[in-house]
Design a protein around this ligand. Structure first.
Ligand code: ADP
Ligand code: MG
Length: 693
């Protein structure tokens, strides 16, 4: 149960002054949640300086000022078009306060004749007279101090007045309780951090532009609160998984030996190292949950296969789950060719295919007549019973989503190896996969030819088409990726269809089209035709991004490259340069390039190192955009900024680890404080694990 002291923070937004029916939905959208605490995490995006408080005669034109004035008279408009005017003055002069579409009753109440009032807003000169149209604030003399200040401003959703949000925030801040310190004393001292409540107040009271930077002490403190909650929650989940019984899987090496002996190449040092880590983990009696991370083409498949064979050697079964049928078939071909000669029985299970064949496969899986099974998510549907499953590999897992990942880890007691070609920066790995151990393939197999990358403006489209023609004439193949114009596959598909029609006029039947609006079976047929060489130009949307291996493809054209993220461009480029021929990637862009887009294209031309690209991507774009949040299951941070607070993330990881070793049940005073921290950042699920686990 949530600690009582936090109740005021989890009251609905409508409990705040000024937030009625009209604004609550808008505010909820702006702050990303329905509770008071969500508003508190909505940090200021700018400031407005209202400190200039001259006498009327000294007030400059077109300037933000806070004036203390006496209200002299009200002049109601004679026609609807005219504004309502209130005259006010001080000992140096007079000013007209101007209101369009005003309610006289309201103005008479807020600006009573004869009274002193404080008005803050922008001055202007009209017909020789100083005036202020719609002052931002009107208050009494007692409110002068508050009004004559630097005011934080917030990101809004349309129709929501800034002053409403500011007022609600002031009320929310007043409600914040004093909470016991959950951080460790030496850290707080070393960083010079104030307590949580004070830091939060400071964050919402910037005095200058510099105070808006994520690197100020109060911002770092709040960010660290959140990062620590994240790391603590992940560690608690992981401890829970680890506590479940696993099995020690150890093979005798005979199958691995046979397969390695037949490989046309030797394993790289990186592959050997990753494999050793995986095998050592499998031999331990707990359940393995490990991430194998490697750039496209780094050779993850063979590593996964050898680990699967270790399970088979031990007398058990292994599965490889991939997100699409075409990838499943690709893996089936590779793995069958490598493993069958050694006597390994390889099976295949996807959603498609004949019912009879499927039935037979299911029986062989249940009887233990298949050692290695490759397939799609169909592998984890009802009715699939393994005789003795000891090892599961999940490829390209960000396509699967968190739910399937949980389903997978919950259903079987098998060791799990997740493979990802998305070179997430180390820091993000921690936040997304914090519950996993990580093996990385940082080195690519030797002999790869670098892909020549060029950026060209759209106006040179003809040259690009000519380049495609040359490749095709030489018996090579080309991808043509169409612009990502919207969130909607419908619009993207239309752009791809148009380009397809054009290229088809030029190159005839050798052009195929693949996009997400097609039936999966149609799309996969086209991809197969491209893989087999029936067609040599594949026009596509980003559906081709994941894992397809066509060695003859030597040209990648990307239209409107400026609209793609760096990581995505890198993934796409990774589709070529897999064979012996010289490959290139042509990035077409619409001129003029924005600063960010220019930086992205430059980095891409400079390097082919997926991890470096990922780091740059993080730096350039901020974390949220790197992977679609929904796709990746990446936790969303409210205040932490992974580009600015990377150092803190590492500290949080170590801090959480060390703390849980001392106090695994969160029973100490700091433990109790940390529980409220988990609640504060809504990592409640993790607190449930403490009690039951
Ligand atoms: P990915 O990590 O993208 O899944 P793959 O496992 O598909 O990469 O490997 C890419 C290509 O590299 C494959 O054709 C594979 O046969 C080849 N390969 C893998 N390991 C090596 C190696 N050590 N030396 C040479 N080629 C290798
Ligand atoms: Mg792969």
């Amino acid at each position: 149960m949530r600690p009582e002291i936090l109740f005021p923070l989890f009251a609905p937004l409508t409990s705040l002054p000024g937030i009625g029916k009209r604004f609550s939905a808008l505010l909820e959208t702006a702050v990303g949640g329905p509770h008071v605490v969500d508003l508190l995490w909505h940090l200021p995006a700018g400031i407005v300086d209202r400190r200039l408080a001259p006498k009327i005669a000294e007030a400059p034109d077109d300037t933000l000022v806070t004036l203390t004035v006496r209200v002299d008279s009200h002049v109601a408009p004679k026609t609807k078009r005219q504004p309502y005017k209130v005259w006010a003055s001080d000992e140096t002069g007079r000013i007209g306060l101007v209101f369009f579409h005003a309610r006289a009753e309201y103005l008479e109440r807020t600006l009573p004749v004869g009274q002193i009032r404080v008005v803050s807003g922008k001055t202007e000169r009209f017909g020789g007279e100083l005036q202020m149209t719609h002052p931002d604030h009107i208050g009494t003399l007692e409110e002068l101090e508050r009004l004559r200040s630097v005011e934080p401003t917030y990101r809004l959703t349309g129709g929501l007045p800034q002053s409403t949000v500011q007022k609600a925030l002031r009320a929310a801040l007043e409600r914040t309780p004093v909470l016991p310190e959950w951080h460790n004393g030496p850290l707080v001292a070393a960083q010079g951090w104030a307590p949580w409540r004070e830091s939060l107040h400071a964050v919402h009271a910037p005095q200058s532009e510099a105070d808006l930077s994520p690197t100020t002490a109060p911002r770092r403190r709040i960010a660290y609160d959140e990062l620590l909650a994240n790391q603590l929650a992940l560690l608690l989940v992981r401890r829970r998984l680890r506590a479940r019984t696993g099995r020690a899987v150890k093979g005798d090496g005979r199958l691995r030996g046979a397969v390695v002996a037949n490989l046309p190449y030797g394993l790289t040092a990186a592959q050997k190292r990753a494999l050793a880590e995986i095998l050592a983990d499998m031999e331990r009696p707990h359940r393995m949950l490990r991430l194998l991370q490697g750039d496209v083409g780094s050779g993850k498949t063979i590593v996964a296969l050898l680990a699967m064979l270790a399970a088979v050697e031990s007398g058990a079964q292994a599965v490889l789950m991939v997100p699409t049928e075409i990838l499943a078939q690709q893996h089936l071909r590779t793995i069958t060719a490598l493993a069958e000669p050694a006597g390994v029985r390889v099976g295949f299970l996807t959603g498609g295919g004949k019912a009879k064949v499927r039935e037979e496969t299911l029986q062989r899986i249940a009887a233990g007549d298949l050692d290695v099974v490759i397939g799609t998510h169909a592998l984890f549907q009802d009715g699939v019973e393994f005789k003795n499953l000891a090892f599961a590999v999940v490829d390209e897992q960000h396509r699967f989503g968190v739910h399937q990942r949980l389903a997978l880890t919950d259903q079987s007691a098998a060791d799990v190896l997740v493979m990802s070609a998305t070179p997430i920066p180390r820091t993000l790995t921690l936040t997304v996969y914090g519950d996993m151990d990580v093996s990385r393939l940082e080195e690519k197999p030797p002999g790869r030819r670098p892909v020549t990358t060029r950026a060209l403006p759209n106006s040179r489209l003809d040259e690009v088409v000519a380049a495609v023609g040359r490749k095709v004439a030489a018996g090579e193949r080309a991808y043509w990726v169409c612009p990502l114009v919207s969130e909607s596959e419908v619009v993207d598909a239309a752009a791809a269809e148009e380009r397809f029609a054009q290229l088809r006029e030029q190159f005839g039947d050798s052009v195929g089209l693949a996009h997400g609006r097609q039936k999966a079976s149609d799309r996969e047929r086209v991809m197969r035709q491209f893989a087999s060489g029936e067609i040599s130009i594949l026009v596509a949307t980003t559906v081709i991004e994941v894992g397809v291996d066509v060695r003859e493809a030597s040209l990648m054209v990307i239209e409107h490259a400026e609209r793609f993220g760096l990581a995505q461009l890198h993934q796409l480029r990774g589709r070529v340069g897999r064979g012996e021929v010289e490959s290139s990637c042509l990035l077409l862009y619409a001129a003029p390039l924005g600063e960010g887009a220019r930086a992205r294209l430059t980095i891409l031309r400079e390097t082919d190192d997926g991890f470096r690209i990922a780091e740059e991507d993080l730096r350039l774009r901020g974390a949220g955009e790197i992977l679609g949040v929904r796709q990746s299951g990446m936790p969303e941070f409210r205040v932490a900024d992974l580009a600015a607070h990377q150092d803190l993330l590492l500290v949080a990881r170590d801090d959480a680890t060390a703390f849980l070793m001392q106090d695994p049940e969160l029973k100490s005073a700091r433990g109790a404080a940390l529980r409220s921290l988990l609640y504060l950042f809504e990592r409640d699920a993790a607190t449930a694990l403490i009690r039951s686990g």
